[in-house]
Design a protein around this ligand. Structure first.
Ligand code: GLU
Length: 388
């Protein structure tokens, strides 16, 4: 059987692969510390589950509009206007099967062979693969710990050619935990407008930020950049709803209509009763977010201190998300070798930085309980010691 050439161009998802391997090892009775997937360990808040259960009971079990339940689109548009200063209406929203799917729809609607998409590295591993699947060319702008893993406006300007269509911005960032400060966002926005390219702002971690860090959505900088902006977000991380698969894209109507057309021929609507859970998430008290954020903040503190005390490795303190990105170049010349050996020797699962375009790093997720974090760090320390 000859597979389509496009499949040969993409890599499998290492985040999903390693998390599945860790889960399988656990199921086999092995005491694994899984610090791999970016999946909050909390259950979905009760009121959200109750709303979906009620929707099921009253028969919201049928097809709905491909682009999403009108009530949910309305609630998302309100959230974006009120919280983010983005003047969207329901017609600017498509509800998708998770944040990943919203980005995938976007790439299919926008990118064609010859188009270049700028992706700052370290990047979330699916961005370049989605661009390639759509036939485009990912252009990677590298950053390192010295520049706090952030691109500069100058770097962006230099990366732009007459083929550039889109910049992918992800703040707070997976995998580095970096958050671009409002002035930095404004400076990047200036380049986007000046060069007349589009920007997709992946804001899936917007609520998970620490200390006095602020999140500014690039589209809110001024009315000019707003026209060039697409926002991707979802419910998975903010409300601990990873398995529900509800995300969304906000953009000019023409682009949203194009993504609805694509979705109409691929997945159709997102699970109807899951969308009612999402409506409840937006319409009810937001206290659950703060409770989870505080738990992540405590874990961040503990894991950072433990890692900082380990000789041979180094990391920056993250400002957001629930990942810490650790330089392991003094221990191994291959992040994949490091992660495989760590899993085999110590039963600790983390993600190799090569998946995110940084082979001298590993990504540790602290979206898990403190006992697992502390045990995992203890084992990591033994592993690092055995190699230094
Ligand atoms: N986004 C999460 C992560 O990076 C979930 C896995 C995935 O979708 O890649 O771990």
């Amino acid at each position: 059987m000859k597979l389509a050439a496009r499949v040969g161009k993409v890599l499998p998802s290492l985040t999903l692969g390693i998390s599945a391997k860790a889960k399988a090892m656990k199921a086999d009775g092995i005491d694994v510390c899984s610090l791999s997937a970016g999946e909050p360990d909390f259950d979905t808040p009760e009121h959200i589950k109750a709303a979906a259960q009620k929707a099921l009971d009253i028969g919201y079990t049928k097809y709905g509009p491909a682009g999403g339940e009108p009530k949910l689109k309305e609630a998302i548009a309100n959230k974006l206007s009120q919280e983010n200063g983005l003047n969207y209406k329901a017609e600017n929203i498509i509800v998708t099967n998770g944040g990943k799917h919203s980005l995938f729809n976007l790439m299919l609607a926008l990118i064609e062979p010859g188009d270049e998409v700028i992706i700052p590295a370290p990047y979330w591993l699916s961005y370049p693969e989605m661009v390639k699947l759509a036939g485009g060319t990912p252009i990677i702008l590298t950053t390192d710990a010295e520049t706090a893993y952030k691109i500069t406006p100058e770097q962006l300007r230099q990366g732009i050619t007459n083929k550039t269509k889109l910049l992918v911005l992800n703040s707070p960032s997976n995998p580095t935990g970096v958050v671009y400060q409002p002035e930095e966002i404004k400076a990047l926005a200036e380049v986007v407008v000046e060069q007349n390219i589009l920007v997709v702002s992946d804001e899936i971690y917007e609520k998970i930020i620490y200390d006095d860090t602020q999140h500014l959505s690039i589209g809110a900088v001024n009315s000019e950049i707003f026209k060039n902006t697409i926002v991707s977000n979802g419910f998975a991380k903010t409300y601990s709803m990873t398995g529900w698969r509800v995300g969304y894209l906000a953009a000019p109507v023409k682009l949203i209509n194009a993504t609805v057309k694509i979705q109409g021929h691929s997945t159709s609507n997102v699970c109807t009763f899951a969308q009612y859970g999402a409506i409840a998430a937006l319409d009810s008290s937001q206290d659950c977010i703060e409770q989870m954020r505080q738990a992540f903040a405590k874990r961040r503190h503990i894991i950072y201190d433990l890692l900082n005390a380990m000789p041979g490795i180094s990391c920056n303190q993250p400002d957001g998300a629930f990942y810490i990105f650790v330089n392991i170049s003094k221990i191994s010349s291959s992040s994949l070798e490091f992660c495989n050996a760590l899993l085999e020797d110590q039963n600790v699962a983390v993600i190799p930085g090569v998946a995110f375009g940084a082979d001298d790093h590993i990504r540790i997720s602290y979206a898990t309980d403190l006992v697992t974090i502390e045990k995992g760090m203890d084992r990591l320390q033994q592993f690092v010691r055995s190699r230094t």
